[in-house]
Design a protein around this ligand. Structure first.
Ligand SMILES: [Zn+2]
Length: 345
C-alpha cells in the first residue's frame, strides 16, 4: 500500500499549455524544451488533456529507474486525527518558511506546479500551501515536495511505482512494466483497489476526471475490472490474519489452509490479470506463506522468490525485502530437505 495521506498527492492539469490533438506525442514533440531532465531517461512535454506529462526518452525494462529526487521542501505535518485534513494555515506557514530559504530557481520550479483549490481557498489561503497540498507525498514521517516527480500524471493501471529512501533522502520512481520510448509515465495517487466510481471520487479532490485506459474501457470490461478490484481488496483483507507460518493443527484448520493455498494462486492470477503491478509482491507473499502452511515447499519457495525479486527491485534494504529474502531461504532449504528425504528412502 502506498504512503499517501488524505490531502497530499499530485495533480497536473496545466491549463496554460496547449495540448496536442493526439494522445501520444510524436517523437519530435518530445523535444519540447521545458525540462530536459537527466540525460536520456525522461522528457517533460504536453500530454493530451493533462497539461504536461513525463515521457520515456528510450525503452525501459521492469525495474529501471525513471527518477530519483530529493525533496525541495520537507515539513513535519501537524498532528491531526486519522482521515482528517491538515489545517492549511499551519501547513502554509511551515511551507513558506522552507520556501523562503530556497534558491530563486528552486522557488520558480515550485511556483510553476499546478494546484487545485476551492474558490474560498483561492481567496483566503496562501497558494504556496495549496501547491504543497496538491503535489507533496508522504515521505517517512514527514511530507515532501518533489517538483520533478510531481509532473508524472496519474493512471489507475500505472506503469511506474515509487518508494522513499530515508538513507538516500530521495524518492525513487521505477518502471513496473516494460515501457517503450515515447510512452508517458504514470503513477497512482490513490489506492487502486477501488471501483472506477470510487476512484473518481478520490480523484475529484485533485480536480480532474480520470481518462486513463482503465477508466475508459467498454462497459462490460469496466464491470469486470471493478469486480476484480473488489475481489482483490476483500481477499487481501481476508488473508491478512491467516498469514502466519505456524502450521495448522486441527483437521478443520488444515482443510482451510489447503483451500487458502489454492485461493492464493487465484488471487495472484487475478492481480496479474488486472495489471496492478503495485500489488504483485503482496499477492506473491500471500501465495508463498499459504503454500508454506501446507508444507508445499516448492511453490512456497517459487512464490517467495518472485515476491523477493520485486521487492528487491523496489528497495533492496526495506523490511519487506528482507522478510521475503528470509522466507525464500527458509522455503528453499525446506524444499531441499524434502527432496533429500524423498530420495534417501
Ligand atoms: Zn483512471
Amino acid at each position: 500500500m502506498r504512503f499517501h495521506i488524505i490531502s497530499v498527492i499530485s495533480i497536473f492539469t496545466f491549463p496554460t499549455f496547449a495540448t496536442p490533438a493526439t494522445s501520444k506525442p510524436a517523437l519530435w514533440q518530445l523535444q519540447y524544451p521545458i525540462c530536459p531532465g537527466p540525460p536520456g531517461v525522461y522528457i517533460v512535454a504536453p500530454s493530451a488533456g493533462k497539461g504536461l506529462g513525463v515521457f520515456a526518452a528510450h525503452d525501459l525494462e521492469i525495474g529501471d529507474i525513471v527518477m530519483r529526487e530529493t525533496p525541495v521542501i520537507k515539513i513535519v505535518p501537524p498532528k491531526v486525527a486519522k482521515g482528517r485534513p491538515y489545517p492549511m494555515s499551519i501547513v502554509s506557514k511551515l511551507v513558506r518558511e522552507e520556501f523562503e530559504a530556497l534558491s530563486p530557481d528552486a522557488q520558480e520550479e515550485v511556483l510553476s506546479l499546478t494546484y487545485h483549490a476551492s474558490s474560498a481557498e483561492k481567496t483566503n489561503t496562501d497558494a504556496l500551501g495549496i501547491i504543497f497540498r496538491t503535489n507533496a507525498y508522504n515521505t517517512g514521517d514527514k511530507v515532501g515536495l518533489f517538483p520533478k516527480i510531481a509532473r508524472i500524471n496519474h493512471a489507475c493501471r500505472p506503469n511506474t511505482s515509487y518508494y522513499w529512501s530515508e538513507k538516500l533522502n530521495k524518492r525513487i520512481v521505477y518502471a513496473t512494466r516494460k515501457i517503450k520510448a515515447g510512452e508517458e509515465f504514470f503513477v497512482s495517487y490513490i489506492s487502486l483497489l477501488l471501483t472506477q466510481e470510487e476512484r473518481q471520487k478520490q480523484l475529484d479532490r485533485y480536480g480532474f476526471t480520470c481518462h486513463c485506459e482503465a477508466c475508459t474501457q467498454e462497459r462490460e470490461a469496466q464491470q469486470a475490472s471493478d469486480n476484480r478490484r473488489t475481489i482483490i481488496k476483500k481477499a487481501f483483507a481476508n488473508f491478512e490474519p491467516q498469514l502466519i507460518l505456524e502450521p495448522p493443527r486441527s483437521s478443520k484448520a488444515k482443510e482451510q489452509a489447503r483451500k487458502n493455498a489454492k485461493a492464493s494462486v487465484q488471487l495472484a492470477e487475478l492481480v496479474q490479470e488486472e495489471g496492478l503491478a503495485d500489488y504483485y509482491a503482496k499477492a506473491y507473499r500471500i501465495a508463498a506463506i499459504s503454500h508454506a502452511r501446507v508444507e508445499d515447499w516448492q511453490p512456497a519457495a517459487i512464490w517467495a522468490n518472485r515476491g523477493y525479486e520485486l521487492r528487491y527491485m523496489e528497495d533492496p534494504q526495506s523490511p519487506n525485502t528482507l522478510e521475503l529474502y528470509q522466507l525464500t531461504s527458509t522455503f528453499i532449504s525446506n524444499w531441499e530437505s524434502e527432496l533429500r528425504s524423498r530420495f534417501s528412502t
